[in-house]
Design a protein around this ligand. Structure first.
Ligand SMILES: *Cc1c(COP(=O)(O)O)cnc(C)c1O
Length: 398
């Protein structure tokens, strides 16, 4: 499929496929001329409840008739409600609402640093992160990832971020010192090519942070809010809860919404004037965020994700077995899966797209599969057929 040569008035930052969608229903998107696509990208893990979910549409519609935006100068009841619910279902005691994942991550950095500052150790500014990490595109977030692809040409890297190898506990402990504020990790690395962190590693990180009196920060922007079959991925590991956590993507179901969650202790230094946002937590976003939680917290919803995950992984095992010349392995957690390719992942994404199946490329030559969380078993079987057709076509043409 040809990449559209011209972005017209738009920055050339995205290499877009020449595809335009008109509307969506459930797990399917439709073009203006009625062509139907099965969506296993879900706006990169954003459209957690697919498209046109009646409960979300109703929540947005009814709120839109009342109030779109008021400033955080005033109380916003939807924030208290969503904040309370997020605290009830997680480790957290306090929540700060944002418009995006990057902003939630920035809030996490500031929360950690400010606590050390307020508790007599202002030199503790370093956030330790892991090779392959992705935390967003703000100057702080690119410095945190340390990936030169993101930092080159944008001036000096913001100080206070240290990267360590992905699975080297000794190097990690060596990196901790008197200037360390926190360790930051994605429980499942997303952009790096779907790399789940084993449960015992998360537990080790938790223990290490306790021992060193530093904060453990999770970036669950992509893997949180049901994506891996638990509400939050860290729940798969016993006793590995963080002190601070960024979420976004899935919690808004398509509405720009993120949040930084923190314990009472971690949030205690974030006093009036230390941080702010104009749009974060506005009434429209809160109406949708609460509606998303209504559905995800329904009895059986997460169990259903675990059931469909089983079918999806069976199908991916079959694909991997049947196409060892094209696919090296599959890996992931829940409905966040990756196919590690032996040929260009972009070529495979396009071949899937030619079969009307949408997926997303990731680092490490991986194709990401991130279907909506309410994906049906029929849709998974349909996706399997499309992948099978695409790969056999590639094989014939090579
Ligand atoms: C997408 C993503 C971000 C950045 O979120 P934005 O909403 O694009 O700012 C941060 N961390 C992870 C793990 C992500 O997947």
């Amino acid at each position: 499929m040809a990449i559209s040569g011209s972005n017209g008035p738009l920055y050339d930052t995205f290499e877009r496929l020449p595809l335009q969608f008109d509307y969506g229903e459930g797990s399917r998107l439709f073009t203006h001329n009625g062509e139907e696509y099965l969506d296993f990208a879900a706006g990169i893990a954003v459209n957690s409840l697919g498209y046109s979910h009646p409960h979300l549409v109703e929540a947005l519609k009814s709120q839109s008739k009342k109030l779109w935006h008021v400033s955080n100068l005033y109380e916003i009841p939807g924030q208290f409600k969503l904040g309370k619910r997020l605290c009830e279902i997680s480790f957290a005691d306090r929540v700060f609402f944002t418009n995006s994942g990057s902003e939630a991550i920035e809030c996490a950095f500031k929360t950690a640093r400010r606590w050390h500052y307020a508790n007599g150790e202002p030199e503790r500014i370093d956030i330790i992160t892991f090779e392959g990490a992705f935390h967003g595109r703000t100057l702080g977030a690119i410095a945190a990832s340390g990936n030169e692809k993101y930092t080159t040409g944008f001036g000096p890297k913001a100080p206070g971020f240290i990267q360590v190898p992905f699975d080297d506990f000794d190097k990690l402990t060596d990196a901790i010192g008197k200037t360390t504020a926190a360790i930051l990790i994605e429980p499942v690395q997303g952009e790096a090519g779907i790399r789940p962190i084993p449960n015992n590693c998360l537990r080790n990180l938790r223990e290490l942070c306790n021992k060193e009196s530093i904060f453990l920060i999770y970036d669950e922007v992509q893997c949180g809010v049901g994506r891996t079959g638990k509400l939050f991925t860290y729940e798969w590991a016993d006793s590995a809860a963080p002190d601070i956590m960024a979420i976004a993507k899935g919690i808004g179901g398509g509405f720009p919404l993120g949040a930084c969650l923190a314990t009472e202790k971690a949030a205690s230094a974030m006093q009036p004037g230390t941080h702010g946002t104009t749009y974060g937590g506005n009434p429209l976003a809160m109406a949708v965020g609460n509606a998303v939680l209504d559905i995800i917290l329904e009895e059986g919803f997460l169990e259903n994700i675990q059931r469909t995950t089983l079918l999806l992984t069976q199908k991916l095992a079959k694909i991997t077995n049947n196409y060892p010349d094209l696919i090296q392995e599959f890996r992931g957690s829940g409905l966040m899966q990756g196919l590690k390719c032996k040929i260009s992942n972009i070529k495979i994404v396009r071949a899937f797209c030619d079969q009307n199946l949408l997926t997303a490329p990731a680092g490490n030559n991986v194709v990401r599969l991130l279907p909506p969380l309410m994906i049906s078993e029929n849709d998974i079987c349909d996706a399997y057929k499309k992948m099978d057709a695409a790969l056999s076509k590639i094989r014939k043409s090579d």
